[in-house]
Design a protein around this ligand. Structure first.
Ligand code: FAD
Length: 453
């Protein structure tokens, strides 16, 4: 059996691993249009902040290592067409422009997404960057140490924009963060949390330009960007723009080949099958099932791509395993604050028209008698639930101490359709260096019971 996998980031890598495990006799053809396999954009921030020194180490695999495992790796090879009836692919060698026709028995698409470029006047100027993939990572790193680049504008306050803003602020640049929303991280956290993080950004000199967008980029004599005009009419200096205003699936070439939805996302079933026989799709160019609603939606995360990659490989011949529904769990930090969230927040539930209630708890990480800044810190926790069924629908947590792992427990509670009553007296361990006799999830769930009863 010849299995072709297109794309070599999180999804593609996991699919190849899965095929190696489940079908050791398969011929695996792994296609990547870039000149590097398995670059992981989640590591860019650590590279920009000098925690990871070598950009090439931000990867799970090398062509040589994969070839040793029997995988045929084709870098610099863009797949430009698929004939699902003939089971063939058109492969373009991006170096010499030559095309070839390649056969497959099973095909796994993990083509991911491209950064969205703002369609505003001045978009063609120099020094307008994105933050995704190895090439942009290298350019961003160069910009970080370029003396003439002092004023950096980051467009978009999702988690990628937050990582960019923090990295360039730590590198000593004047950073302005622009977003149309009224708070940062609008799909990840409610205002109780974002107010604290916004103050933290300001404390570190990052300017916030919220409730506005970019109207125009203005250039200098060298045709590099020199300032930004915002939709509010404000104008400020900018030597570098980092656009992190969303992504678009890299699926233009698949139009008419497999079913796409109106946003260009590849439609799949729960076994990762597309509408075409023997063609599977995974990762950021597909949707996932959101556990609180049971409906498909876009949640572009490496964790989802990995889970889907594993499923696709397992299901190549038979329906072995449905991909797990997800709660959209993610975590990040803003300077000293570490936070994570999962499921619905008040803001996202309101947007989705879903009726939820929430309780907010402020506590300490360990008992108050522990006066040690490394061990103890304030913890902010919000639990969101369905007032009718009492089911847990989401949670957010933040502290200067790392208590983010609690969110994984809530993610599991959501997937298992547990109620606040299940959580209120659940058995969580206590030891004064780690926790309190009542874990903050117990406290919040008890508060939720009081609110509901
Ligand atoms: P992609 O990563 O987009 O990879 C697609 C690959 O396919 C690319 O290498 C591309 O060159 C190749 N390709 C595309 N089309 C073709 C073609 N026609 N022919 C050949 N090759 C092709 N997620 C988390 O869970 N946690 C994090 O902390 C996190 N941090 C992130 C930080 C940043 C800065 C970014 C940008 C993303 C982050 N993510 C994180 C999201 C995560 O990186 C993505 O969800 C994940 O990379 C999706 O994997 P993918 O395989 O679907 O697609």
């Amino acid at each position: 059996m010849k299995v072709a996998v297109i794309g070599s980031s999180h999804g593609g890598f996991e699919a190849v691993r899965g095929v190696l495990k489940d079908f050791p006799d398969a011929d695996i053809e792994w296609y990547e249009k870039g000149d590097f396999v398995s670059f992981l954009s989640c590591g860019i921030e650590l590279y920009l902040q000098n925690v990871v020194k070598n950009v090439n180490s931000v990867s799970y695999a090398t062509p040589e290592g994969m070839e040793k495992l029997g995988v045929n790796v084709h870098i610099n090879t863009e797949i430009t067409d698929v004939d699902s009836e003939a089971h063939t692919l058109t492969a373009l060698n991006v170096n010499d422009g030559k095309e070839s026709t390649e056969k497959y028995d099973k095909l796994i698409l993990s083509v991911g997404a491209n950064p969205f470029q703002l369609p505003v006047p001045g978009k063609e100027l120099g020094n307008i960057y994105a933050m995704r993939g190895r090439d942009w990572a290298i350019k961003l790193k160069e910009a970080e140490v370029t003396p003439g680049i002092n004023n950096v504008t980051v467009v978009g306050c999702g988690y990628i924009g937050i990582e960019a803003a923090e990295s360039f602020a730590k590198a000593g640049k004047n950073v302005t963060l622009v977003d149309t929303g009224k708070s940062i991280l609008p799909t990840y956290l409610d205002p109780e949390f974002t107010k604290i993080l916004e103050a933290e950004f300001k404390k570190h000199g990052v300017k916030l330009a919220l409730n506005q967008s970019v109207k125009e980029y203005v250039g200098d004599d060298d045709e590099n960007v020199s300032s930004v005009i915002s939709t509010n009419g404000d104008q400020w200096d900018a030597d570098l723009i980092i656009e992190t205003a969303g992504i678009r699936p890299a699926t233009d070439w698949l139009k008419g080949k497999v079913d796409l939805n109106e946003k260009g996302m590849i439609k799949t079933d729960e076994y990762q099958r597309t509408n075409q026989p023997d063609i599977f799709a995974i990762g950021d160019s597909t949707e996932v099932t959101f556990a609180p609603t049971g409906k498909k939606q876009i949640i572009a995360l490496a964790t989802n791509a990995r889970r889907q990659g594993r499923s696709a490989a397992m299901n190549l011949n038979d329906e072995k395993r449905k991909t797990t529904e997800v709660s959209g769990s993610s975590g990040l930090h803003v300077f000293d604050y570490k936070f994570a969230s999962t499921g619905f927040k008040d803001v996202t539930a309101e947007k989705a028209g879903v009726d939820v209630e929430s309780v907010f708890v402020v506590d300490t990480a360990v008992p108050p008698f522990v006066h040690d800044d490394k061990l103890n810190a304030e913890v902010y926790f919000k639990l969101t639930f369905d007032p009718k069924t009492r089911e847990v629908e989401g949670a957010q947590i933040m502290s200067k101490r790392d208590v983010t792992a609690n969110i994984n427990t809530i993610s599991l509670a959501i997937q298992q359709h547990m109620t606040v009553d299940d959580l209120a007296y659940a058995d969580f361990f206590f030891q004064p260096s780690f926790d309190r006799p009542w874990n903050i999830m117990n406290i919040a769930a008890q508060k939720a019971q009081d609110k509901l009863d």
